[in-house]
Ligand binder design. Structure first.
Ligand code: NAG
Ligand code: NAG
Ligand code: NAG
Ligand code: CA
Ligand code: CA
Length: 604
């Protein structure tokens, strides 16, 4: 016995050296109690959960007006239990003129009428919580609708509101004194200048997004205070956290640092962009300004204090930040021990990988996040959202099961955009049906699809009935995708094998200690196939082997480290010839294009 104990001890040492990857996990080794498996330190609710993003307008319509709503979500709560999801994040449901479909909020304290009432929201929170599902709300601090009271009062220079927004005087044209020039050459994310003239106030205001989305002035203490009021309000309503929208845009360069003038941005020289498109200039004065991180750190302090004061479960903050890896990791916190968001979303599968990526690209990009992530933090993986082309359309439809499995097997939090669990693809939306402000502003009938986010927002495909079961109305706010007869949840529940069944197997697998607490090893086996192994002493090992290429590929599994025979199939992609419990040799194995195998192996 003592020698066995020693072996266990040594093996632990090895695991500790390899590095444990999930959150603040530590090992409790109770040497005096003999060679029993170590206790797994319990994780906080969010540290290994699956977060499912709902785009409420397109999820489920309960009253037949062609628009999804909160009651619709309530009727479908069982779907989340069935799918094995732990939390839902809803895109904004607050009062809004809907120029940017809810990201232009005019009343931060109330629910948009077409989505329901405050009572509906309260019912949703209560029923979701009864089912063990957390509710994460969208928090949109960068801007308010120009219809908001804040903006109207600021236009009128009402005391206390004068500086709520970024107001600036025009520059006088040196060649023509009656000509107004914009304060700087900055370009909006949705195209055109960020500066909009306001006749009543006789000044420009800044908008980094649509003209109707005026940027708050985060150098105004009253604005920062109001943001905390909003956060507190929805915490008290039962929200379990926030996704923080458009955070890199919170601050712009301060004219006081530039002799009282807003500084122009240099041009990038990118030949593919017109002078009206974001990215034509460097955005160095409109993104990633260092002051914004202190605001995020203050929010974290506020959320933690609120949680403590109310003896509540952890409230989480998730930063939406499209930024380079250095600036992204700063959202976790900084080296002076300031703590930031629970995590910034990891957009690497959107920005750095595509259908052109090979196995080495996948391995490199996954390791990059885990390498840059500060010690003791929780990773996360995003495969799509309401702003991006859908996952099977950016990659390939035969990669759906492999990508969903990868999401579930990587350490940390898995994030699913509605429809990914059934492999929904971009819908077709004609120019006439296009409603996205980004496409309407920058596009024309020939090129709008390069800007439009509508194809990723078409209604959820529930079944084969009218409007795919999304609505009883044959007309919906965006058209239902034409492929709904083949791709829908009901059909996938009935099929022997389907994306949804694979998804469910994988969310179930997450309960295995190797996935929740284990180490990881990721290795490319060839140009097109890689393996991800999750292992934890005394517990079964699981490995994903995934061919991301366009042709079949034969690889040698005996080269995969931390993987012992016998290997059996735990789950396989729908088009795989291998089925559950098949034995797979730890030698030469051929995978078809896009094929993914999830293998179970003996403990290491
Ligand atoms: C059906 O949806 C359309 C919008 O797509 C709407 O104009 C119409 O009023 C809806 N019908 C009903 C009965 O609500
Ligand atoms: C000066 O600017 C005003 C306002 O933009 C314009 O109407 C006028 O034609 C300009 N005059 C000349 C001489 O360009
Ligand atoms: C990210 O951007 C910042 C400033 O914008 C820069 O200092 C840093 O070197 C960049 N990091 C990488 C990895 O490109
Ligand atoms: Ca409705
Ligand atoms: Ca801003």
């Amino acid at each position: 016995m003592p020698s066995l104990l020693k072996i266990v001890g040594i093996a632990f040492g090895a695991i500790a050296l390899v590095g444990v990857v999930v959150g603040s996990i530590t090992w409790a080794i109770l040497a005096s109690q003999g060679p029993t498996p170590p206790e797994l330190v319990p994780l906080d609710w969010w540290e290994h959960t699956v977060i499912y993003q709902i785009y409420p307008r397109s999820f489920k319509d309960s009253d037949g007006d062609g628009i999804g709503d909160i009651k619709g979500i309530i009727t479908q709560l069982d779907h989340f239990v069935d799918a094995g999801v732990g939390a839902i994040w809803m895109s904004p449901v607050f009062v809004s003129p809907m120029v940017d479909f809810g990201y232009d909020i005019s009343d931060f304290y109330n629910i948009q009428e077409e989505y329901g009432t405050m009572a509906d929201f309260e019912e949703l929170v209560e029923k979701a919580h009864q089912l063990g599902i957390k509710i994460i709300l969208d928090y949109v601090p960068n801007h308010a609708s120009t219809e908001s009271e804040y903006f109207k009062k600021s236009v009128a220079r009402e005391p206390g509101y004068e500086n709520h927004f970024v107001w600036a005087n025009p520059i006088i044209d040196p060649n023509n004194a009656s000509n107004r020039l914009v304060p700087s050459n900055w370009i909006s994310q949705f195209g055109g200048t960020v500066w909009e003239w306001n006749e009543a106030r006789q000044q420009y205001y800044l908008h980094q997004f649509a003209i109707e989305q005026a940027d708050f002035n985060f150098r105004e203490p009253a604005v920062k205070e109001e943001m905390l009021n909003i956060m507190r309000f929805w915490f008290e309503k039962g929200a379990d956290g926030y996704r923080l929208d458009a955070i890199p845009h919170l601050f712009e360069a301060d004219p006081n640092d530039y002799g009282g003038q807003y500084p122009d941005e240099p041009l990038t020289g990118n030949p593919f962009l017109t002078p009206n498109q974001a990215g034509y200039t460097t955005q160095e004065h409109t993104r990633d300004q260092i002051e914004l991180y202190d605001v995020v750190y203050e929010w974290r302090g506020f959320a933690d204090k609120w949680t403590n004061d109310n003896n509540a479960e952890t409230r989480i903050l998730l930063a939406e930040a499209y930024a380079n890896v250095t600036m992204t990791m700063l959202y976790y916190g900084n080296e002076r021990d300031r703590i930031g968001a629970h995590f910034p979303f990891n957009f690497d599968f959107i920005n750095s990988l595509s259908s052109n990526s090979n196995a080495r690209d996948f391995v490199y990009i996954i390791k990059r996040w885990l390498t840059y992530m500060p010690q003791g933090k929780v990773a996360n993986w995003v495969f799509g959202n309401h702003d991006q082309k859908r996952m099977p359309s950016r990659f390939r439809p035969n990669m759906v099961d492999g990508l969903n499995s990868l999401n579930m097997m990587l350490p940390g939090v898995a994030i699913t955009y509605q429809g990914e669990e059934i492999g929904m693809r971009d819908g077709y939306v004609s120019w006439e049906d296009t409603v996205d402000v980004a496409a309407c502003n920058q596009g024309n009938p020939d090129n709008y699809l390069q800007f439009s986010r509508d194809p990723a927002r078409t209604p959820y495909q529930w079944d084969r009935s009218t409007s795919a079961g999304f609505s009883t109305n044959t007309s919906t706010w965006l058209p239902v995708s034409q492929d709904y007869l083949e791709i829908n949840l009901q059909a996938q529940k009935e099929a022997t094998r389907s994306h949804f069944k694979m998804y469910k197997s994988m969310t179930r697998l997450r309960k295995e200690p190797a996935l929740s607490h284990g180490s990881y090893h990721i290795q490319s086996l060839s140009e097109n196939t890689f393996a991800l192994v999750r292992y934890l002493l005394t517990h079964d090992t699981y490995a994903l082997v995934f061919n991301v290429g366009e042709t079949s590929d034969t690889v040698d599994l005996s080269t995969v480290q931390f993987l012992e025979e016998p290997l059996t199939v735990y789950a396989s992609s729908v088009h795989s010839n291998r089925v559950v419990d098949d034995t797979v040799p730890r030698g030469s194995v051929t995978l078809q294009a896009g094929e993914a195998l999830v293998l179970r192996a003996s403990p290491m």
